[in-house]
Design a protein around this ligand. Structure first.
Ligand code: BTN
Length: 329
């Protein structure tokens, strides 16, 4: 907690003396040092200059429910029944998965850091402090199980559209099923999970991880090439505004999908499909397939034309794939 209070004071990027920090927080020198160490071991870069004090290498904007609310559309305000901001959590998806039966309507949670952030296919999602967006949304649904595959594609389109407000680039694409790439490098990912019975009330827990300002953190260990919003556009960007843009887009797209299905998004998908007509290698264990990606079917499965001339529909839960010419998974 002290770490977060201290971070709040240092967020402006200016120098603060150890004494002033101690006074403001009502704690002694050694407690300040301990909290400063926690900030640096969380990966944020601190400058310490004798006679001046401490400052962050760059100013940061912490997550703020009021700032998010200011940028929400009236539609999103009506849709969203709860918005929680946490300093730290194991995983925002896990947080919303617990007690999901008690949630009323659509709920969202954001965290400054995750200790056990989860990616697709059991991979960890590296979640450095106060650098990126870790946002999960719990949404009650009345869709048939066959419509769920389409949903995860549609929310990737929502995320792409939200990011396009900040990154105005045709290079912002979606790699099936729901990775966001910029110029061929991963920028953001989505983890969708279901809670409840397909026959009864159930919810989609949709977790969005967006690299916003990875570069400011000193310790990042990710097993694939990545980029972040700030590096792409070359200036600082507000995580609160990105969160609001995404919530606005979801509150338009999800009801539209529930009413009109994937066909209503097919044209948009074709436009932003990173794999379109690309040669790909697919790990469909125990089979390895290679062929050409030919868009999606009406359920959101990837259509693959194999080198042997077979035409296959691949379900996202069952396969992982990469472009034939790169090693990016
Ligand atoms: C992927 O590309 O593998 C999906 C990454 C999803 C990460 C987000 S961060 C917020 C939410 N909480 C998690 O533990 N995972 C998702």
């Amino acid at each position: 907690m002290r770490k977060m209070q201290l971070l709040q004071l240092l967020a402006d990027g200016r120098f603060h003396s150890g004494e002033a920090l101690g006074q403001k927080l009502g704690i002694g020198r050694s407690a300040i040092w301990k909290a400063l160490r926690q900030i640096t071991s969380a990966g944020l870069e601190l400058h310490a200059v004798p006679g001046k004090g401490y400052r962050l290498a760059q100013s940061i904007e912490l997550l703020d429910a009021e700032k998010i609310a200011q940028h929400l559309s009236s539609n999103a305000q009506e849709t969203l029944k709860q918005l929680d901001i946490l300093s730290t959590v194991d995983s925002t998806n896990t947080y919303l998965s617990q007690n999901w039966e008690q949630h009323k309507g659509v709920c969202a949670v954001l965290a400054e850091t995750q200790t056990q952030g989860r990616g697709r296919r059991g991979k960890p999602w590296v979640s450095p402090l106060a650098s990126n967006l870790y946002l999960s949304v719990s949404w009650p649904l009345d869709l048939s199980p066959s419509q769920l595959g389409g949903l995860s594609l549609v929310i990737a389109l929502s995320l792409r559209q939200a990011l396009a407000r900040f990154i105005r680039s045709d290079k912002l694409k979606i790699k099936w099923p729901n990775d966001i790439y910029h110029d061929g490098i991963k920028l953001a990912g989505v983890l969708t999970e279901m809670r409840g019975e397909s026959t009864g009330p159930y919810r989609a827990i949709m977790g969005f991880g967006v690299n916003v300002n990875m570069a400011q953190t000193t310790q990042v260990d990710i097993d694939q090439a990545w980029t972040d919003v700030q590096s792409v556009i070359g200036k600082a960007v507000s995580r609160n505004q990105i969160a609001a843009a995404l919530l606005n887009q979801l509150s338009l797209d999800i009801p539209h999908y529930c009413e009109h299905g994937l066909a209503a998004f097919a044209q948009e998908w074709r436009r932003w499909d990173y794999l379109h007509q690309q040669a790909v290698v697919v790990d469909a264990s125990p089979r390895m397939l290679s062929g050409r990606a030919c868009g999606i079917d009406e359920n959101g499965c990837l259509l693959l034309e194999t080198s042997q001339g077979e035409r296959l529909s691949l379900h996202s839960g069952e396969v992982s794939l990469r472009l034939e010419k790169t090693s990016n998974v």
